[in-house]
Ligand binder design. Structure first.
Ligand SMILES: C[S@@+](CC[C@H](N)C(=O)[O-])C[C@H]1O[C@@H](n2cnc3c(N)ncnc32)[C@H](O)[C@@H]1O
Length: 268
């Protein structure tokens, strides 16, 4: 069971600088654009969209601006994230389109709308869940027939992290491979995180979901914490982006990466 209080405290502290860090990190900017392009391929013009672990609302506000005929429901566990999200929605005058609810993805039975046709989760929020089946059990009753689900998840194998073993950074290099989860340290708080393969996501969701797209996020480009690299070597970073674009849809690059983006469709 997730320690809600610790996770809430950690992400609430992070919410104070979350957007500023995101905007100034060229790797994160690029990765978020890739996620947005992926989602826009499947997001209906008239979507009824649910977001899990929405953070400060960077994604939901973007999608609302792209789909003015759609309605959006953004959820997150953390006090700080929810406050920033509510403020952003109001300041962008999106409050008629976007509703906000403080709710864990382990308690989705608290969400009242039962006809979502798109469910989104970005940047590893679901890596805080020990068992994705628990999320799926409460999510499925909220879905309309034919609903799409796009989840952005951190897998156990990230080549950029593994190669740091050559510099003897063994605990970082192999952190994702620890059995029983890895202790994350965020803002002085410790909590467990878990890494999942695309097959584990499919298994947790069950037979009523069909995988329709899978791509690696940060397959060739370095992970966001290597922003120093992208800033110091911009020309090389541009080259890596080009290679990344070519290979991210094929195995192993669609699975061995910083994150992967998986989209599945639900049939009742
Ligand atoms: C890395 S942030 C990503 C935020 C957002 N998806 C984005 O891409 O900007 C992870 C988010 O997961 C949220 N989170 C962690 N555990 C959660 C839970 N059990 N239920 C809902 N949200 C949770 C955190 O509060 C945090 O906002």
């Amino acid at each position: 069971m997730q320690d809600f209080d610790t996770v809430n405290q950690a992400f609430s502290k992070q919410s104070d600088y979350f957007d500023d860090y995101d905007y100034q990190n060229p790797i994160l900017v690029y990765m978020r654009e890739q996620v947005h392009q992926h989602v826009l391929k499947f997001l209906p013009q008239k979507a009824n969209y649910l977001e899990l672990n929405a953070g400060t609302g960077l994604d939901v506000c973007f999608f609302a601006s792209q789909r003015p005929e759609s309605t959006f429901h953004a959820t997150d566990l953390s006090d700080g994230m929810i406050q920033k999200l509510q403020k952003k929605v109001v300041s962008l005058s999106l409050d008629k389109q976007i509703s906000v609810q403080q709710c864990s993805f382990l308690e989705l039975d608290k969400v009242e709308n039962k006809q979502f046709n798109y469910v989104f989760s970005d940047f590893g929020g679901l890596n805080c869940a020990k068992d994705l089946k628990e999320v799926a059990t409460k999510l499925i009753p909220l879905l309309a027939d034919g609903a799409y689900l796009t989840w952005v998840i951190m897998p156990p194998i990230c080549p950029w992290e593994l190669i740091t073993a050559l510099k003897f950074r063994f605990s970082y290099a192999f952190r994702r491979l620890k059995l029983g989860g890895t202790m994350a340290h965020l803002e002085g708080n410790y909590f467990k995180t878990y890494y999942f393969t695309p097959s584990q996501v499919e298994k947790a969701l069950g037979n009523n979901f069909k995988k329709i797209a899978l791509e690696g996020l940060g397959a060739i480009i370095p992970p966001p914490e290597r922003e120093d690299f992208a800033k110091a070597k911009p020309i090389f970073f541009e080259k890596l982006k080009k290679w990344d674009e070519k290979v991210r849809y094929s195995f192993p690059f669609n699975t061995w990466a910083d994150h992967f983006i998986i989209t599945l469709q639900y049939q009742k």
